[in-house]
Design a protein around this ligand. Sequence first.
Ligand code: UD1
Ligand code: CA
Length: 447
Amino acid sequence: MEGRIVIRGIVLAAGKGTRMKSARPKVLHDLCGRPMLWYVVRALRDAGVDEVTVVASRELEPELVGFAVRSVVQAEQLGTGHAVRIALEQMDVRVGGRLLVACGDMPLVDAAVFRAVLDALGRDGAPMALVTAHMSAESTFGRIVREGGRVRRIVEVRDAGPDELAIDEMNAGIYAFDEAALRDAVPDLRADNAQREYYLTDTVARFSERGNDVNAVVCPDPAQVLGINDRIELARARAEMNARLCAEHMRAGVTIVDPRTTYLEPELRIGADTVIYPNTSIGRLSEIGSGCTVGPNARLSNAKIADRVEVRESVVTDVTIGDGTTVGPYAHLRGGSELGASVRVGNFVEVKNSGLADRSKAAHLAYLGDASVGEDSNIGAGTITANYDGKTKHRTRIGKNVRIGSNSSLIAPVEIGDDALTGAGAVVTKDVAAGSRVVGNPARPLP
Ligand code: UD1
Ligand code: CA
């Protein structure tokens, strides 16, 4: 790394985000399973940024631990120019360095936009490049003032006259700078404007007054750079991000019957020819194989699912499922459960921290908690593993090819041997030997 000229990123995120009306810093609000800041950092990295510094408020800064970024606290929000100045003070000087500056509340910006502004910086020795977008006159974004086609300055709405307000080219708030030029310009910024803030945007006029052209790239999709200020905009952005996530998987061969009611997160793996029915959410690093059927009305979180699995109308959290297994309708699988291949878990069955080996079945109305079920065994309707004695949880071990009769209660800790059988309504309080049959309450072996 030493001596290499890297592209560094500065993310402005110290703003209060008052319009969110939230105790939580704005950029940490969730968008499809990730904080909005996560998307900005990812897009910067995808654009080749090696090191990201986030300018944070006091409240935000301690929350940045998981982001693999550097952070600086801007205790008082004195403007975007001030924010960049304090970031630069904390960053070592890199000769020939390039800096990308972005906002933490623009999660929809594509890495291509960052790449484009970096490319524009390289052209004709410009000290600065920026992203602009054409928007309607109601926009509160800064206006791009051009003379002879060249960008000369940026005027904030609150400082603008009628002619400037009529300009329809806006400052998106994304910039690339030659590091030395920026370090030279920032100390000269003055808060002599309507908001009494240090405007980073004033660097444009400073460069152009000294004969240094500032390059602009027009973003073809203004929606990307809108930023999120309130929960209405957050919901819109979520819909857009979700649509992108669905599109990505549909392009890769997944059928999504209704993308509007299918809720995905980044970094999911879903195999080709899997069909997802409506009202389904899939989150937290789930992995789904090919040829599966998921939904309708399914909620999957950290689910690792093999091929040709069916999960209908069910909740699956922290669970592994093998090939060809069917789940639901109305099953609840959780707590590190592992289902083998061709298993069947059906209506109103809860499975917690349990293993069901290949071809075992619990088709109706059962609770399997802290249990293991061997291959080819059948759990009758109404079966309960009584795993909790009021103090501790105990395990139930059920062997291979076992028949557990309807309404059996298995009082853990208890072990049922291979090929054993319990009669309907058996209350099993003692271990059952392999091949034997027990009935009654308390269950006793049949002669
Ligand atoms: C800024 C631009 C404006 C542009 C708009 C695009 C300036 C002076 N104006 O507007 O031309 O159209 O962005 O979104 O730069 N922030 C800090 N510390 C501060 C102030 C702001 O970290 O002291 C952060 C905010 O959290 C936000 C970003 O900077 O992420 C932009 O600030 P915001 O107030 O939303 O934008 P404006 O300053 O109004
Ligand atoms: Ca502002």
